[in-house]
Write a protein that binds this ligand. Structure first.
Ligand code: ARG
Length: 579
């Protein structure tokens, strides 16, 4: 059983025995400082308020009643009634050897398992993927992995934008280029260029613009010719995206694509149901939903258009259809959206409308997990030197190149192929970790030097920490994967490390609940730092170290390397044996 859970049970029982009503919980938390013990039970204050009694006296009573033999050595009251819990060494080492670390798939009880739909990446297919899609893709992927690790059923949904008015223009352009003898694959070889060509055509040639507009309508009403052109375009664009996902090492593949077009046939139904329920109304020829719950400070309701006066449906309409699908077909308990903070109003609107229309019951949690913008070092949105949007494909190539230079400058004895493979893991890992390790709701500054540094809270630092531990085993001629020994604690640094190791699942719980991967990054970094301190103070392979202590320390090394690797794996970052 997890330590926190065990303490919770024991303290709840003691509180009940002390006559405290069961709604009052023990409120357990990790202690911020070692002098306050390992955990704290902070529930006595609230309980005393409830009972109108003295909190310190109540805490005293709880301490007398709580059954913690063999678990804690010492309990003490601090301040107004905090209970500091000092766990016993024997209990901690037993926890580690029971293998309570990395309880893959078992960290939620079967009754608490949920179906969680995670909407992430979701780029528009009209253009090539650019840096704006990076954050959603990697943050969403990390949270999806964390939820899966806990044992939830995760359904990834890549809500790709493949259905807007832009596609009329793009297929008109494709038709023209094909009629000039161009091959589709070649014409679409550079999607960015293709987009610019078609946009130019659209702006400069009125006849072309008319065709483009007609094609949107034709496409959406199922015209076979337009559909064929559109499919060609989409195929190339999707293939490009899948290649980026592969390079980025994220768990998105073709099966997770559920694009806007997939909801086309349901949009009229959505509208009909909204109209029938009186939630959508006609206004100036369009169909709109007025949302009083999102009214501005003057009391004007927020307006969400679901059908334009010309009959076209909108982004919001697809999102409503998607929500219904996720609830009714996918049986979602939670739906998480990893979308730029600039879409916050849109998300609020569709959530409010979906609730109002009864598409999504209160039992289902709808969560927009927003993130800020990626900025350049100049503090402005990240752009190329010439001011254009940075293509993701180019960014990833640069990351790997920079990592390779860095590795070569470290002058290692690695072979050429090894360097290339490691450079990929380090370069991609650095980009991902730099993003994941920042509080996602803030804007963040993209900085090559900082993310590729071997010092501080970076992917290369953690990857290197892992390889150093693995090299200890190589030096000792031992196989880390099969090695196993009992742990005996002889130094404070060992205990600190053990406490950190045992927190892994609590951290994962927090990330799963709140959707902030930086919490896991900070944890892995703190774990690596606790390990470094341990390693400085506690020799492992030196001759003077007694055999049982050496084995115990090797076991700590092993558990640390496994936990670093597991944490990084959940974040979508690879580790390697050497670097
Ligand atoms: N395609 C949209 C964009 O690039 C993001 C879609 C996010 N998901 C959603 N269900 N709205 O801005």
């Amino acid at each position: 059983m997890r330590i926190k859970e065990l303490l919770n049970q024991r303290f709840s029982a003691a509180m009940q025995a002390a006559g405290i009503p069961s709604e009052c919980s023990p409120i357990l938390a990790l202690s911020g400082k070692p002098q306050f013990g390992d955990y704290q039970a902070n529930g006595a204050m609230a309980a005393a308020k409830r009972l109108k009694s003295n909190p310190r006296e109540l805490a005293e009573k709880i301490i007398q009643l709580v059954e913690l033999d063999g678990v804690a050595d010492k309990l003490e009251i601090a301040g107004p009634g905090f209970i500091n819990i000092h766990l016993s060494d024997a209990f901690l080492t037993a926890c580690l050897s029971e293998n309570t670390l990395h309880t893959k798939g078992e960290s939620v009880h079967s009754g608490d398992r949920q179906t969680v739909v995670v909407d992430y990446s979701s780029p528009n297919l009209a253009k090539e993927m650019h840096v704006g899609h990076l954050r959603s893709t990697i943050i969403g992927d990390a949270v999806a992995q964390v939820l899966e690790y806990q044992g939830h059923k995760v359904v990834r949904q890549n809500h790709m934008g493949d259905w807007g008015t832009q596609f009329g223009m793009l297929i008109a352009e494709l038709e023209q280029q094909l009629s000039e003898g161009e091959q589709a694959e070649l014409a679409l070889g550079d999607l960015e260029l293709f987009y610019q060509q078609s946009k130019k055509h659209f702006d400069e040639d009125p006849a072309f613009a008319d065709t483009a507009r007609a094609y949107v309508v034709k496409l959406q009403s199922g015209d076979a010719h337009c559909r064929t052109l559109w499919e060609k375009f989409i195929q190339v664009s999707v293939a490009h995206n899948l290649e980026i996902y592969r390079q980025l090492n994220v768990g998105l593949s073709a099966e997770h694509i559920m694009p806007e077009s997939a909801y086309n046939d349901d949009l009229q139904n959505v509208l009909d149901d909204l109209m029938a329920a009186g939630i959508a109304v006609e206004s100036e020829g369009a169909k709109v939903v007025f949302l009083d719950e999102l009214a501005d400070k003057n009391g004007n309701p927020s307006v969400m258009i679901v059908q334009k006066s010309g009959g076209g449906f909108l982004y919001a309409t697809s999102d409503l259809a998607a929500m219904r699908y996720r609830v009714n077909q996918l049986h979602a308990d939670r739906i998480l959206y990893f979308i730029d903070a600039r879409q916050s109003l849109h998300m609020k609107q569709v959530f409010a409308a979906a609730r109002k229309a009864g598409f999504v019951s209160d039992a289902v949690s709808l969560e927009h997990h927003p993130f800020g913008t990626m900025m350049g070092k100049d503090g402005k949105p990240f752009k190329t030197r010439s001011g254009g949007t940075v293509k993701l494909a180019d960014l990833l190539v640069e990351a790997v190149e920079r990592a390779e230079q860095l590795l070569r400058s470290k002058n290692t004895d690695l072979g050429d192929d090894e360097i290339k493979a490691i450079a990929r893991s380090v370069g991609i890992g650095a980009i991902k970790y730099a993003d994941l390790s920042k509080t996602r709701t803030n804007d963040y500054i993209f900085d090559w030097d900082a993310m590729l540094s071997f010092d501080g809270n970076t992917a290369p630092y953690l990857q290197y920490a892992y390889t150093r531990i693995r090299s200890i085993f190589r030096k000792a001629g031992l196989d880390a994967d099969t090695f196993s020994a009992d742990i005996c604690l002889t130094a404070a640094q060992e205990k600190t490390l053990v406490m950190k190791l045992l927190q892994f699942d609590d951290i994962v719980d927090q990330v799963a609940a709140e959707g902030y991967p930086h919490i896991l990054c900070n944890y892995v970094y703190e774990l690596a730092s606790a390990y470094m301190t341990f390693y400085e103070h506690c020799p492992v392979l030196k001759d003077e170290v007694a055999d049982n202590i050496q084995k115990s320390r090797l076991q700590l090394c092993k558990l640390t390397s496994e936990t670093i690797a597991k944490g990084l794996e959940l974040l979508g970052i690879e580790v390697m044996e050497k670097m």
